[in-house]
Design a protein around this ligand. Structure first.
Ligand SMILES: Cc1cc2nc3c(=O)[nH]c(=O)nc-3n(C[C@H](O)[C@H](O)[C@H](O)COP(=O)(O)OP(=O)(O)OC[C@H]3O[C@@H](n4cnc5c(N)ncnc54)[C@H](O)[C@@H]3O)c2cc1C
Length: 489
């Protein structure tokens, strides 16, 4: 078996792994970075567009008055103090410096408007990547120039860990087994959203209703190895619920622009019992929209009747598509605050029906029958909803008056199913503020670190509405772990 030697092995070359590997290399450690796939980046590159920071140079230059203290208070209140306060503080305190550090090493960001319309009054915190893919490449070039070694198609199998010391790590690299002698391992392999069995153990909804946009290669490898070493896994089970999606029952790649936009608007939504369950304008906050979908069994239906369809076919609607973001650098366009018209809406709905994602029926009784709703419940719900539209006041859930526009009165009726959507798992192994892995008694398991989606403590049940916080957690947790590991060699 081929033998390699290094100081630190970092498992996973996503946001937190690159953060860890580069920081450790900058602090004079010899580092081998393992990446399961054939390229680096993970969800931190293919998915994320930017990250949160408080008190950054860019914020100060724009006179944004939002300090690390403000962010800390907001975070711990959001989690009701069911979080790791020292870790939260460490991440937030480092966040401004990380923006400069990324820029210095080749990944520039710019402070844009918060991306969701509903967050426009929150102080600006979203630092959006500029030239993302080249920027990641520059970070990796810098890592290599410091002597860092990236092994792609390389996955960890096991570690030989005796009395707090790592003797060696066994990996599979290009289908061959290899051993790396090292003294510290940083697990940055992105959680376990790609592991169906683990997801089933922690998901509180049926997996059939979970649509994952997360990193498929994140299969909980590090978490499972650490669990065997008695690490505290009590934080597992937090999913990064994000919006809701209409999904084909047969074709995972299916996409229809019109259906996508309709999903992102606050029409009438019914849960699995045929009841209204929320002010549908929650659609404008991705985290909260994701949470309410998850909480309602993982799916709901949005309902349209024929007069609504006829209207949308020919009229522009003075609403914002919730996914219309203020991506200034990507599109350099302002939000339009309008959607439609949708001239092909009936064809598009038929497309969704063909994909098993929607139904069309002449009457509400038939809708009830097809979707297994109690007829009296849906009839009563629709009656009340139409009264709400007439009165211009949502006495049930206080949906904003501007969205009380479309009654549901005349068939045929369409019900389109929207499903829970996740960006990944964000509850993992318990860590301290230096990202050391903790055991079930809260004690450090020496020489082992968990970062990014592998670590727990920043969130309680869901991810907060602070834009860019999960990527910020990944970069900052990686950096802190990399520095700590290198300095304590
Ligand atoms: C579509 C999408 C959009 C997003 N947008 C944002 C956003 O705008 N802002 C934000 O804050 N967050 C966003 N996120 C979340 C953010 O990307 C994650 O929080 C962050 O990437 C987590 O970092 P990580 O290092 O833990 O995991 P990742 O960045 O996913 O990296 C994990 C890496 O580990 C590798 N790996 C897995 N198993 C092994 C193994 N056994 N051995 C070696 N390597 C392994 C994987 O291949 C992967 O490269 C988004 C996520 C998605 C999916």
């Amino acid at each position: 078996m081929k033998q390699l030697k290094t100081d630190i092995v970092v498992v996973g070359a996503g946001a937190s792994g690159i953060g860890a590997a580069l920081s450790a290399a900058e602090n004079n450690a010899r580092v081998i970075l393992l990446e399961k796939g054939n390229k680096f980046g993970g969800a931190g590159m293919f998915g994320a567009q930017g990250l949160f920071a408080a008190g950054s140079r860019l914020q100060k230059a724009s006179h944004i008055n939002y300090s690390p203290k403000d962010a800390y208070v907001e975070m711990v209140n959001y989690t009701h103090y069911r979080s790791n306060t020292r870790l939260t503080k460490a991440i937030i305190d480092k966040s401004a410096d990380t923006i400069d550090w990324l820029a210095k090493n080749g990944l520039q960001t710019e402070l844009v408007n918060n991306t969701q319309e509903v967050h426009q009054n929150h102080p600006r915190v979203y630092h959006q990547y500029i030239d993302k893919f080249n920027g990641f490449q520059r970070l990796m070039n810098h890592f290599a120039s410091l002597g860092g070694q990236l092994l792609t198609d390389a996955s960890i199998n096991s570690i030989d860990y005796v009395d707090g010391n790592i003797m060696h790590v066994t990996i599979t690299h290009n289908d061959a087994k290899q051993q790396i002698d090292c003294s510290k391992v940083i697990f940055a392999d992105g959680g376990f959203v790609g592991n169906h069995k683990m997801v089933d153990s922690y998901l509180t909804i049926d997996r059939d209703y979970l649509y994952s946009m997360g990193e498929r290669k994140a299969t909980g490898d590090g978490i499972q190895i650490l669990a065997q070493l008695n690490a505290d896994t009590s934080g597992l089970g937090v999913f990064e619920n994000h919006a809701a999606s209409v999904v084909s029952k047969t074709d995972p790649k299916w996409h229809n622009d019109t259906i996508f936009t309709l999903t992102n608007l606050p029409f009438l939504w019914l849960n699995r019992r045929g009841q209204r369950f929320v002010n549908e304008d929650i659609v404008y906050d991705f985290a909260l929209w994701g949470n309410i979908t998850y909480t309602n069994g993982g799916y709901y239906y949005f309902i349209l009747d024929q007069p609504t369809i006829d209207y949308l076919k020919t009229h522009r609607l003075d609403w914002t598509d919730s996914f219309e973001r203020t991506f200034k650098t990507l599109s350099h366009q302002d939000m339009t605050h309008t959607v439609g018209p949708f001239p092909t809406i009936e064809k598009d709905l038929q497309d969704a029906i063909n994909e098993g994602a929607a139904v069309k029926e002449q009457t509400l009784a038939q809708i009830a029958n097809t979707l297994n709703f109690d007829y009296n419940t849906i009839q009563q719900t629709v009656l009340e909803y139409n009264q709400i539209i007439n009165s211009g006041f949502d006495s049930d859930f206080n949906k904003s008056e501007e969205f009380l526009q479309f009654p549901v009165s005349q068939g045929p009726f369409y019900a389109v199913q929207a499903q829970s959507t996740t960006l990944g798992t964000i509850g993992g192994i318990a860590v301290d503020e230096a990202l050391h892995v903790l055991d079930k008694n809260g004690q450090i398991i020496p020489n082992l670190y968990a970062t990014g989606n592998n670590a727990s403590g920043m969130y309680d049940t869901s991810y907060p509405t602070l834009e860019g916080i999960s990527c910020a957690f990944a970069w900052n947790s990686g950096r802190i772990a990399g520095e700590d590991a290198a300095k304590s060699l």
